[in-house]
Design a protein around this ligand. Structure first.
Ligand code: C5P
Length: 218
């Protein structure tokens, strides 16, 4: 069984995918964390993220591991616990840059397929239902107003950075939407057979319930 959850930044997909996986006792794979890992490793080395050859080499050689933990899961990058670093907005922006590159995508998509082949997985991202697993058993496409998605990001990040500006975050969310929806390779788009879920006015429990009910009615 493969469950695909796609959608833009801040639509709630990672939080819900994690909870759905926990309920079903499936593995949860955060594909965004894989693109973030490539960006993070490159930024640490001071490389130019626009250098496609260098990014392809990093993607090819990077060891990314998902390890279940008490509060979800840890991401180990070449053995280092990178979970907190990967949430950083600079890393997120970098991820969108490397995610637009053909060879980076080919490498990571191949790995995602390999992981998914074992079955019983909830995978979230931008292209899971369209490219990675077009034959997923269930596909969801989450959407939410940009203002609400910005507010969620703001709440998530402000504890660590009290000087954050909500309007700047909303602007960044819109910019990310634009990049993800307009890139040439695997742009963010709803699969024809995906169920659209507007999470703007729903809380996490409501969205999780909705998804689980839909899966159980298969
Ligand atoms: O979901 P998250 O914000 O962690 O993803 C970071 C970036 O990685 C996205 O903005 C997108 O550009 C890219 N991404 C992608 N395909 C995926 C997952 C993430 O292109 N399956």
């Amino acid at each position: 069984m493969i469950i695909a959850i796609d959608g833009p930044a801040g639509s709630g997909k990672s939080t819900v995918a994690k909870l759905v996986a926990k309920q079903l006792k499936y593995r949860y794979i955060d594909t965004g964390a894989m693109y973030r890992s490539v960006a993070w490793a490159a930024q640490k080395k001071g490389l130019d993220l626009a250098d496609e050859t260098a990014m392809a080499e990093i993607a090819e050689n990077l060891h990314i591991e998902f390890v279940p933990s008490e509060d979800g899961q840890l991401v180990l990058v070449d053995g280092e616990n990178a979970t907190t670093y990967l949430k950083n907005e600079t890393v997120g922006k970098g991820a969108a840059t490397v995610a637009a590159q053909k060879s980076v995508r080919e490498t990571l998509v191949a790995r995602q397929r390999q992981i998914g082949e074992a079955g019983n997985v909830v995978m979230d991202g931008r292209d899971i239902g369209t490219v990675v697993f077009p034959k997923s058993d269930k596909k969801f496409f989450f959407v939410a107003d940009a203002e609400e998605r910005g507010r969620r990001r703001y709440e998530e990040l402000k504890a660590k950075n009290p000087s954050l500006d909500l309007n700047i975050i909303i602007k960044e969310i819109r910019q990310r939407d634009y990049e993800d929806c307009n890139r040439k390779i695997s742009p963010l788009v709803k699969a024809d057979d995906a169920l659209e879920v507007d999470t703007t006015r729903l809380n996490i429990e409501e969205v999780t319930d909705h998804v689980l009910k839909n899966i159980n009615n298969l």
